[in-house]
Design a protein around this ligand. Structure first.
Ligand code: 13P
Length: 251
């Protein structure tokens, strides 16, 4: 049985004092959830967030990393650096990084490998553009991105990854994939993992949906057979909204 994961992606938002206030506010409200709670915060919030979240069930992640351990890469932060301060998760290959920062399937693969080497769980993002969707290329695009992101990983490493299916046209637009479409895309990603590895690991892999998830639509999405939770952007910046999403399955 896969555990549900509710992960926030704050993107380039939240100053340290805001991060601290947010975590302090949600802590008592999410402490009884059976879901995993992750907040992926800007680099400048990592240290404060880790301190404030210590001893709670809120886990802290980063939003990107470099694939090299160290060296002359001005402005970059490595997986080793993240791990050294206690970070456990890192988003890799978000569509905004692919779109604006020349992230490719090859750099995504290198970053995934480096994350795993440093005991970080990569949250690997895949997703199609509107044009690809309209040309019926969704499944081809996302299964190919999945295959390339996982290239060269062994079975043991696969136990420590999370995939997020985020249709680009649904990000920050208020347009959500229908629960059936999102579930179907995620099923196809699972099938691709089964094809490369085996059914057992495909069934165990956590695959999230992302793209305009809100308190109002979280339950119907997360109750689908293959959707194991969400990667949440805008709604993860509002504590009340995020609390509701985390507790979507509380009575
Ligand atoms: P929104 O929830 O704002 O659509 O963003 C989704 C996202 O990109 C999460 O990584």
């Amino acid at each position: 049985m896969r555990k549900k994961v509710i992960a926030g992606n704050w993107k380039m938002n939240m100053l340290p004092n805001e991060a601290i206030a947010f975590i302090e506010k949600i802590t008592p409200e999410v402490k009884h959830t059976k879901n995993d709670v992750i907040l992926c915060v800007p680099y400048t919030d990592l240290f404060y967030s880790l301190l404030i979240a210590q001893g709670t069930n809120i886990k802290i992640g980063a939003q990107n990393m470099h694939f090299e351990e160290k060296g002359a890469y001005t402005g970059e932060v490595s997986g080793q650096m993240l791990a050294a301060i206690g970070v456990k998760y890192v988003i890799i290959g978000h569509s905004e990084r692919r779109q604006y920062f020349a992230e490719t399937d090859d750099t995504v693969n290198k970053k995934v490998k480096s994350a795993l080497k440093n005991n970080l769980t990569p949250i690997i993002c895949v997703g199609e553009t509107l044009e690809q969707k309209e040309n019926n290329k969704t499944i081809e695009v996302i299964t190919n991105q999945t295959k390339l992101a996982l290239d060269g990983l062994n079975l043991k490493e696969l136990e420590n990854i999370i995939i997020a299916y985020e249709p680009i046209w649904a990000i920050g637009t208020g347009k959500t994939a229908t629960k059936e479409d999102a579930n179907n895309s995620i099923k196809e990603i699972r099938k691709e993992i089964e094809k490369i590895y085996n059914q057992d690991i495909a069934e165990k892999t956590t695959i999230l949906y992302g793209g305009s998830v809100k308190a109002q639509n979280a339950k119907e999405l997360f109750e689908m057979s293959d959707i194991d939770g969400g990667l949440i952007g805008g709604a993860s910046l509002k504590p009340e909204e995020f609390i509701k999403i985390v507790n979507y399955n509380e009575n």
